[in-house]
Design a protein around this ligand. Sequence first.
Ligand code: HAM
Length: 430
Amino acid sequence: MSQYQAVKGTRDIFPEEATQWKYVEEIVHTLASLYGFSEIRTPVFEYTELFQRGIGLTTDIVGKEMFSFQPDPKGRSLTLRPEMTAGVMRAALQKNLFSSAPVHKLYYIGELFRKERPQAGRQRQFSQFGAELIGASSPAAVSEVITLMMHVFESLGLKGLKLRINTLGDTQDRARYREALQAYFAPFHEILDDASKERLEKNPLRILDSKNPAVQELVDGAPRLYDYLNDSSLQDFEKVLFYLSERNITYDIDHRLVRGLDYYCHTAFEVTSSELGAQDAIGGGGRYDGLARELGSSADVPASGFAVGMERLLITMEKQGLFAALNHPGPLVYVVVQQQDLTDHAHQIAWRLRKAGISTEIDLAARSMKAQMREANRIRSSHALFIGTEEYTTGNYTLKNLATSLQTTLSLEAVLQILHKPAARELLDV
Ligand code: HAM
């Protein structure tokens, strides 16, 4: 055993689980392109200011959870990305994407880093897949990202997920609401905890998110943002809900949903899974029209997007038995060496099989024939190809189907041909 352990809040993904990841990733790639999204890969670290400006100084992510470092004493502080949206918008603006077309649809799968207290479903290094639709403000745009996210869940066979949705209105709506919230909470200053007191000054909307029961009780009686929306914000939200209903996407309106990042406006949403315990958010997102300007854009660039936590998605799928049919595929053929002096010849045969596109395994530890057969079964190889003196001299090899135990002797060319064609294997009973 090594004296080193994986760092707290990180984990290793071994081959069987990697097969599950690949399965999910393939569905993400397929559906993203079905909806016209193209993949973007951005750096794992960015200048710290990008996240401070983008996500907001008063958020938990920026306030306490960033892994920041300074590569040299005079250098600018860098941060391991805690989320993807700010980096994707930075990349789009830097490349001046909008000079070629007004709307860009980008998706990603990548690693993120947040210095949170690790627990089930909460890690310090985790992964998300997500999509950002940049350059459009219509209700159709945000509906499209929600629809893509729900389509991925449906294709994976997930059941019982809950979509909660809210609208945060526009900047003026929120300014009026902020004042109303500050006026409402002010007389209860004694009841508010320190974090809420701080939020009351800087970002009162975040109080709605408090997990403190005493504060939650106050929140129950607080004014609702919904009542401060102007007509156009209301119509925008209703249209989003209309599109979702048209697509049979069920949702609950949750007037308290504010999300933990400051860039949102209008529609915001979150999906939870009852399979997850305390960390039950499997994904979330919304519209973020102000982010581009926050990052220095001289033009308005409305946008919306979502991100789904891969680890939480995989935990939910595992609990719902959705990986039961997923097998780590064994090789098609295991080359079994009957005598050690034929090892070089066996390796040459294995190489020819692999060059012909046939997945092949061969012993590398000079094990006995019995041990090789045990290994072939352990790794679920479907066939064994025996290399003995007779095979070596005649050039005809014995191929055995390990499921049926039927075997045939064939030239190497014939072996190559039939291993390529499942129908021929059946015909020859191998
Ligand atoms: P978020 O809600 O911070 O949104 O994260 C999205 C998802 O990432 C969460 O619902 C959760 O499943 C997963 N997640 C977050 N933190 C952790 C963690 N420490 N360990 C494991 N999983 C975690 C965003 O990141 C926004 N960028 C989403 C977005 C995209 N908004 C617009 N576009």
